[in-house]
Design a protein around this ligand. Structure first.
Ligand SMILES: *Cc1c(COP(=O)(O)O)cnc(C)c1O
Length: 494
């Protein structure tokens, strides 16, 4: 399997090169040159396998250079019982007859980023060996919350890697900050940046391009890499859980083999829903992909009108991991729809120059045939949390609630009640204040006391990794101005 740039198919890499490199030389995203088809008997084979084995089976189709033995070791470590609090890893909970919730937050940081970030470090270190890279990796992350902690847990104590996370001092929740500053591991560093997420993100991008910093790194035997969802090693592990969910539904006789389903995903950077699209390309019988957005509805408008326009107000919402105006992974979908890197390059050039592009009619029609876009604001998000809890006794977080609202709108508008799989992306205990308010408790306690309050309200226990934060020591207290992030890199690499 060769990997090509979304903007130029003459640039070709092996899987291990694509994973080591992250981004193509021309700024495009490295993407498989075709999507392999699941063999006819795949579902039969996969149905009775554990999640870890399913992951090996599916990832192997994209990673010829990796042996089954290798991948089995990775999957067992990444998705083992010491990491995930459910033996199913990504269990499916049926909410009503034709609505099934795929819970992706049973990992160490209680958000769906774990599904990929527990696997990526294994793929990356093995890729270093395969490409005969002698330097060690220094992974830099700017985070608005979930990615930073997910990457820290994934890379903690992984040989030949260092991981440094920058977060905006006043831009993450108390629980999220505590999760990061108490991080354990010998190869990790965490630093707060004065400013907002954009300041941290821009600072990290500058570090990647800073010749002096890169030379210093080189002298110490490191090179920079990224754990952002532009890396193919982050998208691939996400295909697994859609196929796995479908197998579970067959196994549990909720659907019949071959039956069509719809998939609904709360979307930010477009990585998660893209994985569902690829699973469909592999042959999974998915009909509609429902793309759910919060008040930052750039994707809803794009799907409905065929015009991507980031020139708009940015809103901070109660589903912060979806507060995003540029969805990087959309570029991979554009290649899949057009099969034409030149067309993709032209859209990306327009996006860079003007913040906007308009799809050709043929491409727009293809997009609209497969994708439906819906969005909702914070009050609808909270209404959905409340309704789900009252009606089904099922507690969902703010991001997942956006998806349930989108599905409800889709069904009302189209009358299509095809069985749906809804991706649930975070534990409600990560967003206690908003969830409590939705349930009629506007005065949430501060810090970890809100966990107890949500338990008292719902009778549900807080996930162990969050409850355990109480006993963790704060290890990182460094705060820097955004101009001084290079100094933080130096001191953290000492
Ligand atoms: C990252 C994240 C999302 C958005 O996923 P994308 O792959 O970026 O579209 C949604 N919900 C939660 C809780 C997240 O952490």
């Amino acid at each position: 399997m060769r990997y090509i740039s979304t903007r130029d198919n003459t640039i070709q890499y092996s899987a291990s090169q694509a994973i080591t490199q992250g981004l193509a030389r021309d700024g495009g995203l490295l993407t498989p040159c075709y999507i392999p088809k699941l063999p006819g008997k795949a579902m039969e084979d996969l149905k009775d396998m554990a999640y870890q084995q399913r992951a090996v089976y599916i990832m192997k189709m994209f990673l010829e250079e990796f042996s089954v033995k290798e991948l089995t070791e990775f999957a067992n470590t990444a998705y083992g019982p010491d990491k995930f609090d459910s033996p199913a890893v990504a269990p499916v909970r049926t909410v009503d007859g034709n609505t099934h919730c795929l819970e992706l937050w049973h990992g160490p940081t209680c958000a769906f980023k774990d599904m990929a970030l527990q696997m990526l470090p294994h793929l990356l270190t093995a890729s270093l060996a395969k490409t005969e890279e002698s330097r060690e990796v220094c992974v830099l992350v700017a985070t608005s919350g979930d990615t930073g902690k997910g990457a820290l847990e994934g890379f903690k104590n992984v040989a030949r890697t260092r991981i440094l996370v920058f977060y905006p001092k006043d831009g993450v929740s108390e629980v999220q900050e505590l999760q990061m500053v108490t991080q354990e591991g010998t190869n990790v560093g965490v630093c707060a940046v004065v400013g907002n997420f954009d300041d941290a993100q821009t600072g990290v991008k500058k570090l990647f391009a800073d010749k002096q910093v890169c030379q210093m790194l080189e002298r110490k035997g490191y090179f920079f890499s990224s754990a952002n969802s532009i890396n193919w090693g982050r998208v691939l592990p996400q295909l697994v859980y859609y196929i796995s969910a479908y197998c579970d539904l067959i196994r549990d006789e909720k659907i019949t083999p071959g039956q069509t389903v719809n998939v609904c995903v709360p979307t930010g950077n477009f990585g998660n829903i893209l994985a569902a699209y690829y699973a469909r390309e592999m042959g999974l019988p998915i009909d509609q992909l429902i793309c759910a957005s919060n008040r930052n509805s750039v994707l809803t408008d794009f799907i409905r009108g065929g015009i991507y326009d980031r020139n708009r107000t940015f809103y901070n919402t109660m589903s912060p991991s979806m507060d995003i105006l540029i969805s990087s992974n959309l570029e991979r979908l554009l290649l899949a729809l057009t099969q034409d890197p030149a067309e993709v390059r032209s859209y990306m050039e327009q996006l860079n120059a003007t913040g906007r592009y308009e799809l050709k009619e043929r491409t727009r029609e293809k997009l609209q045939k497969r994708f439906k876009g819906y969005c909702c604001d914070d009050s609808e998000t909270q209404r959905t949390i409340r309704a789900m809890f009252d009606k089904h006794g099922y507690l969902i977080d703010t991001h997942t609630a956006v998806a349930f609202s989108a599905l409800e709108q889709y069904r009302r508008e189209t009358g299509d009640d095809t069985p749906a799989i809804v991706a649930s992306t975070a534990s409600p205990f990560k967003f206690c204040a908003s969830v409590l308010e939705a349930l009629g408790e506007p005065n949430a306690a501060s810090g970890l006391d809100a966990l107890d309050q949500l338990t008292a309200k719902t009778g549900l226990p807080a996930p162990t990794p969050l409850a355990a934060l109480r006993d963790k020591k704060v290890r990182f207290t460094q705060v820097v101005e955004k101009e001084h992030m290079a100094d933080a890199v130096m001191s953290l690499l000492e």
